[in-house]
Design a binder for this molecule. Structure first.
Ligand code: SF4
Length: 241
């Protein structure tokens, strides 16, 4: 009988910056669903060294851990046995880093979504851009103009504003400037239980799902997890809700 073939994941290296000015290289560890430094990885039995992609000139950590190695063997609940890929949303709306913040706001409103992953031309996840990022940027940097009259046309809509209201113009920035530049991802083979623990720990409501090459193949939101939980109990949730 032939031995099962070893499989390796190439995990993109990310530069993590601290307020102190210190920097370190980190990867998103599929085993712990947390960021690990290179120092931590080289001490791990699953580390197979670094690799350079000559096309993109990017460096990767080569890791041979697989979700099936240990995670599923001890799983006692269906949430521990169900892979993220079974419940994630496959049609991923992404933003390019050079897209304007104004276009991002329109896209989020039109598609009724609260955040999107920001993807580089190489396919790497650069961060997440959400309504919260837009609001934060507006509060910190937005220009405001006092509204002189009660009746106004704001962005093409007739509105009645009372005294003390301000008209704001969305800052002329790019998505790269306003996004949260933390490239949290979760592997498609991770369990729903692990994903829920990860999202809770990191305080995020959505996380891009990646295949073994680090390519985004879906997105998992807290709503996906809640919908799946309800369906497990027999509730029928209409598509798109
Ligand atoms: S080598 Fe792989 S499993 Fe080990 S800490 Fe690094 S990313 Fe995680």
């Amino acid at each position: 009988m032939s031995e099962p073939q070893a499989q390796f994941a190439r995990l993109p290296l990310h530069l993590q910056k601290h307020l102190s000015g210190a920097t370190k290289m980190v990867v998103q560890c599929p085993r712990s669903s947390a960021r690990k430094t290179l120092n931590e990885c080289v001490r791990c039995d699953h580390c197979r060294g670094l690799a350079l992609d000559p096309d993109s000139a990017r460096s990767y950590l080569v890791c041979n851990w697989h979700a099936t190695d240990e995670q599923e063997s001890g799983a006692t609940t269906i949430a521990g046995r169900t892979a993220v890929s079974e419940i994630m949303t496959r049609q991923v709306v992404c933003a390019a880093p050079e897209m304007s913040a104004e276009a991002l706001a329109l896209m989020l409103v039109e598609r009724n979504i609260s955040g999107v992953p920001v993807i580089a031309p190489s396919g790497d996840v650069l961060g997440i851009a959400s309504k919260s990022d837009l609001v934060r940027d507006q509060v910190l940097n937005g220009e405001t103009t006092d509204v002189p009259h009660l009746g106004q046309t704001v962005y093409g809509h007739d509105v009645e504003l009372g005294p003390g209201w301000y008209e704001t113009e969305l800052a002329k920035k790019t998505v790269a400037e306003i996004m949260t530049p933390i490239a949290l991802t979760i592997p498609e083979k991770a369990s729903v239980a692990r994903a829920a623990a990860f999202m809770t720990f990191e305080h995020v409501h959505r996380v891009p799902v990646v295949d073994e090459d680090g390519n985004v193949v879906g997105i998992l939101s807290t709503l996906d997890v809640l919908r799946w939980l309800a369906q497990q109990e027999g509730f029928v949730i209409p598509e798109g809700k």
